[in-house]
Design a protein around this ligand. Structure first.
Ligand SMILES: N[C@@H](CCC(=O)N[C@@H](CS)C(=O)NCC(=O)O)C(=O)O
Length: 228
Protein backbone atom coordinates (compact mmCIF):
# COMPACT_ATOMS: atom_id res chain seq x y z
CA UNK A 1 0.00 0.00 0.00
CA UNK A 2 1.25 3.49 -0.83
CA UNK A 3 2.25 5.58 2.17
CA UNK A 4 0.98 9.20 2.15
CA UNK A 5 3.41 11.81 3.36
CA UNK A 6 2.61 15.48 3.93
CA UNK A 7 5.56 17.35 2.45
CA UNK A 8 6.20 21.11 2.71
CA UNK A 9 6.12 22.92 -0.63
CA UNK A 10 6.76 26.40 -1.97
CA UNK A 11 4.76 28.50 -4.43
CA UNK A 12 5.35 25.75 -6.97
CA UNK A 13 3.84 22.53 -5.57
CA UNK A 14 6.82 20.53 -6.83
CA UNK A 15 9.36 22.63 -4.89
CA UNK A 16 9.82 20.59 -1.71
CA UNK A 17 12.20 22.14 0.76
CA UNK A 18 11.73 21.04 4.37
CA UNK A 19 14.95 19.52 5.79
CA UNK A 20 12.88 17.20 7.99
CA UNK A 21 10.66 16.10 5.09
CA UNK A 22 13.79 15.34 3.06
CA UNK A 23 14.92 13.03 5.84
CA UNK A 24 11.70 11.05 5.47
CA UNK A 25 11.62 11.10 1.66
CA UNK A 26 15.10 9.57 1.62
CA UNK A 27 14.22 7.11 4.38
CA UNK A 28 11.15 5.90 2.47
CA UNK A 29 13.24 5.57 -0.71
CA UNK A 30 15.91 3.65 1.24
CA UNK A 31 13.21 1.23 2.39
CA UNK A 32 11.92 0.92 -1.17
CA UNK A 33 8.41 1.89 -0.07
CA UNK A 34 5.94 3.57 -2.40
CA UNK A 35 5.05 7.10 -1.31
CA UNK A 36 2.57 9.74 -2.34
CA UNK A 37 4.26 12.97 -1.23
CA UNK A 38 1.30 15.32 -0.76
CA UNK A 39 2.14 19.03 -1.26
CA UNK A 40 1.49 20.87 2.02
CA UNK A 41 1.72 24.57 2.87
CA UNK A 42 2.33 26.12 6.30
CA UNK A 43 -1.22 27.46 6.34
CA UNK A 44 -2.84 24.08 5.50
CA UNK A 45 -3.17 23.51 9.26
CA UNK A 46 -6.40 21.50 9.06
CA UNK A 47 -4.91 18.79 6.81
CA UNK A 48 -2.44 17.65 9.49
CA UNK A 49 -4.18 18.81 12.67
CA UNK A 50 -7.12 16.57 11.80
CA UNK A 51 -4.58 13.71 12.07
CA UNK A 52 -3.31 14.95 15.44
CA UNK A 53 -0.07 16.38 13.98
CA UNK A 54 1.43 19.86 14.22
CA UNK A 55 4.40 19.57 11.85
CA UNK A 56 5.54 17.85 8.68
CA UNK A 57 6.68 15.29 7.81
CA UNK A 58 3.60 13.34 8.84
CA UNK A 59 2.89 9.99 7.23
CA UNK A 60 -0.26 7.90 6.94
CA UNK A 61 0.40 4.20 6.44
CA UNK A 62 -2.93 2.40 6.21
CA UNK A 63 -4.65 3.37 9.46
CA UNK A 64 -1.44 4.46 11.20
CA UNK A 65 -0.40 8.12 11.48
CA UNK A 66 3.21 8.93 12.42
CA UNK A 67 4.61 12.44 12.79
CA UNK A 68 8.22 13.59 13.38
CA UNK A 69 11.04 12.47 11.08
CA UNK A 70 12.91 10.46 13.74
CA UNK A 71 9.71 8.68 14.86
CA UNK A 72 8.96 7.95 11.19
CA UNK A 73 12.39 6.38 10.67
CA UNK A 74 11.97 4.20 13.77
CA UNK A 75 8.45 3.25 12.66
CA UNK A 76 9.63 2.27 9.17
CA UNK A 77 12.46 0.11 10.52
CA UNK A 78 10.18 -1.55 13.10
CA UNK A 79 7.33 -2.12 10.64
CA UNK A 80 9.38 -3.17 7.61
CA UNK A 81 12.32 -5.14 9.10
CA UNK A 82 12.73 -7.18 5.90
CA UNK A 83 13.72 -4.00 3.97
CA UNK A 84 17.24 -2.48 4.26
CA UNK A 85 17.78 -1.03 7.71
CA UNK A 86 17.97 2.71 8.25
CA UNK A 87 20.23 2.24 11.27
CA UNK A 88 23.11 -0.07 10.24
CA UNK A 89 25.12 1.15 13.28
CA UNK A 90 22.21 1.14 15.72
CA UNK A 91 19.95 3.97 16.86
CA UNK A 92 22.05 5.21 19.77
CA UNK A 93 24.89 6.53 17.60
CA UNK A 94 22.45 7.91 15.05
CA UNK A 95 20.99 10.04 17.87
CA UNK A 96 24.26 11.93 18.05
CA UNK A 97 24.01 12.71 14.31
CA UNK A 98 20.42 13.85 14.86
CA UNK A 99 21.54 16.17 17.66
CA UNK A 100 24.44 17.57 15.61
CA UNK A 101 22.29 18.22 12.55
CA UNK A 102 19.65 19.98 14.65
CA UNK A 103 21.99 21.94 16.96
CA UNK A 104 24.63 22.97 14.40
CA UNK A 105 23.79 22.21 10.79
CA UNK A 106 20.14 23.25 10.50
CA UNK A 107 20.67 26.55 12.31
CA UNK A 108 23.82 27.25 10.30
CA UNK A 109 21.98 26.79 7.00
CA UNK A 110 18.97 28.80 8.20
CA UNK A 111 21.19 31.82 8.95
CA UNK A 112 22.37 31.77 5.32
CA UNK A 113 19.12 31.23 3.38
CA UNK A 114 16.18 32.30 5.56
CA UNK A 115 15.07 35.15 3.33
CA UNK A 116 15.47 32.99 0.21
CA UNK A 117 12.94 30.56 1.70
CA UNK A 118 10.44 33.39 2.06
CA UNK A 119 10.96 34.37 -1.59
CA UNK A 120 9.96 30.87 -2.74
CA UNK A 121 6.79 30.58 -0.65
CA UNK A 122 3.24 30.82 -1.88
CA UNK A 123 1.89 34.33 -1.08
CA UNK A 124 -0.62 32.75 1.29
CA UNK A 125 2.23 31.41 3.47
CA UNK A 126 4.48 34.49 3.46
CA UNK A 127 2.94 36.51 6.34
CA UNK A 128 2.93 33.45 8.65
CA UNK A 129 6.51 32.57 7.79
CA UNK A 130 7.79 36.11 8.24
CA UNK A 131 6.03 36.65 11.54
CA UNK A 132 6.90 33.26 13.10
CA UNK A 133 10.55 33.25 11.96
CA UNK A 134 11.23 36.89 12.82
CA UNK A 135 9.89 36.17 16.30
CA UNK A 136 12.12 33.08 16.55
CA UNK A 137 15.28 34.83 15.34
CA UNK A 138 14.59 38.22 16.94
CA UNK A 139 15.36 40.08 13.67
CA UNK A 140 13.96 40.55 10.19
CA UNK A 141 14.47 37.81 7.59
CA UNK A 142 16.67 40.23 5.65
CA UNK A 143 18.83 40.91 8.73
CA UNK A 144 19.26 37.20 9.44
CA UNK A 145 20.58 36.58 5.94
CA UNK A 146 22.71 39.77 5.64
CA UNK A 147 26.49 39.37 5.32
CA UNK A 148 26.32 35.73 4.29
CA UNK A 149 29.21 35.98 1.79
CA UNK A 150 31.52 36.56 4.75
CA UNK A 151 29.70 34.36 7.28
CA UNK A 152 29.67 31.29 5.04
CA UNK A 153 33.36 30.75 5.87
CA UNK A 154 32.52 30.10 9.53
CA UNK A 155 29.67 27.85 8.46
CA UNK A 156 32.05 25.78 6.32
CA UNK A 157 34.41 25.44 9.28
CA UNK A 158 31.56 24.22 11.46
CA UNK A 159 31.15 21.28 9.07
CA UNK A 160 34.57 19.80 9.91
CA UNK A 161 33.18 16.76 11.81
CA UNK A 162 31.15 15.80 8.72
CA UNK A 163 34.06 16.54 6.35
CA UNK A 164 36.54 14.44 8.37
CA UNK A 165 34.09 11.54 8.49
CA UNK A 166 33.60 11.65 4.72
CA UNK A 167 37.35 11.72 4.11
CA UNK A 168 37.56 8.16 5.40
CA UNK A 169 34.25 6.61 4.29
CA UNK A 170 31.76 7.23 1.46
CA UNK A 171 28.68 7.60 3.65
CA UNK A 172 28.08 8.93 7.15
CA UNK A 173 26.62 5.51 8.00
CA UNK A 174 29.72 3.72 6.60
CA UNK A 175 30.00 1.75 3.36
CA UNK A 176 26.33 2.22 2.50
CA UNK A 177 23.91 5.09 3.24
CA UNK A 178 21.60 5.16 6.25
CA UNK A 179 19.40 7.54 8.19
CA UNK A 180 22.54 9.29 9.44
CA UNK A 181 23.11 10.39 5.82
CA UNK A 182 19.47 11.40 5.40
CA UNK A 183 19.68 13.59 8.50
CA UNK A 184 22.91 15.27 7.38
CA UNK A 185 21.61 15.75 3.84
CA UNK A 186 18.28 17.34 4.89
CA UNK A 187 19.59 20.88 5.47
CA UNK A 188 21.60 20.84 2.22
CA UNK A 189 18.58 19.68 0.22
CA UNK A 190 16.54 22.40 1.93
CA UNK A 191 19.01 25.06 0.76
CA UNK A 192 19.29 23.50 -2.71
CA UNK A 193 15.53 23.78 -3.18
CA UNK A 194 15.22 27.46 -2.39
CA UNK A 195 18.55 29.23 -2.78
CA UNK A 196 21.19 29.76 -5.46
CA UNK A 197 23.69 30.64 -2.69
CA UNK A 198 26.68 28.25 -2.63
CA UNK A 199 27.08 26.65 0.78
CA UNK A 200 30.03 24.45 -0.19
CA UNK A 201 33.18 24.74 -2.27
CA UNK A 202 33.31 22.33 -5.21
CA UNK A 203 36.32 20.39 -3.93
CA UNK A 204 34.80 19.84 -0.48
CA UNK A 205 34.34 16.10 0.28
CA UNK A 206 30.91 17.11 1.58
CA UNK A 207 29.96 18.35 -1.91
CA UNK A 208 31.05 15.01 -3.39
CA UNK A 209 29.00 13.11 -0.80
CA UNK A 210 26.01 15.37 -1.47
CA UNK A 211 26.29 14.44 -5.15
CA UNK A 212 26.05 10.78 -4.14
CA UNK A 213 23.00 11.54 -1.98
CA UNK A 214 21.34 13.38 -4.88
CA UNK A 215 21.89 10.39 -7.17
CA UNK A 216 20.91 7.71 -4.63
CA UNK A 217 17.60 5.89 -4.79
CA UNK A 218 17.11 6.55 -8.51
CA UNK A 219 17.85 10.24 -8.05
CA UNK A 220 14.78 11.06 -5.95
CA UNK A 221 16.50 14.20 -4.62
CA UNK A 222 18.28 15.14 -7.88
CA UNK A 223 15.02 15.10 -9.83
CA UNK A 224 13.36 17.57 -7.42
CA UNK A 225 13.39 21.27 -8.38
CA UNK A 226 16.43 23.06 -6.98
CA UNK A 227 19.57 25.05 -7.73
CA UNK A 228 22.64 22.99 -8.77
N1 LIG B 1 11.06 17.39 15.00
C1 LIG B 1 10.28 17.51 13.79
C2 LIG B 1 10.43 18.90 13.22
C3 LIG B 1 9.54 19.10 12.01
C4 LIG B 1 9.37 20.56 11.62
O1 LIG B 1 9.76 21.48 12.37
N2 LIG B 1 8.77 20.76 10.45
C5 LIG B 1 8.49 22.10 10.00
C6 LIG B 1 8.79 22.22 8.52
S1 LIG B 1 10.53 22.14 8.21
C7 LIG B 1 7.03 22.38 10.20
O2 LIG B 1 6.19 21.54 9.96
N3 LIG B 1 6.72 23.60 10.65
C8 LIG B 1 5.37 24.00 10.83
C9 LIG B 1 5.31 25.45 11.20
O3 LIG B 1 6.33 26.12 11.24
O4 LIG B 1 4.19 25.90 11.39
C10 LIG B 1 10.72 16.43 12.81
O5 LIG B 1 11.86 15.93 12.92
O6 LIG B 1 9.92 16.03 11.95
Amino acid sequence: MTIRMFDLCGAEPERRFSPFCWRSRLALAHKGLAVEAVAWKFTDREAIESLGAKTVPTIVDGGKVVTDSWAIAEYLDDTYPDKPTLFPNGRAEARFIKAWTEAVLTGGVAQLVLHDIHEHLDPVDKPYFRESREKRFGKTLEEVQAGREERVKGFRQSLMPLRLTLRSQPWVAGDTPGFADHMCAGPFLWARAISPFRLLENDDPIAEWLGRVLDAYDGVARSAPGYD
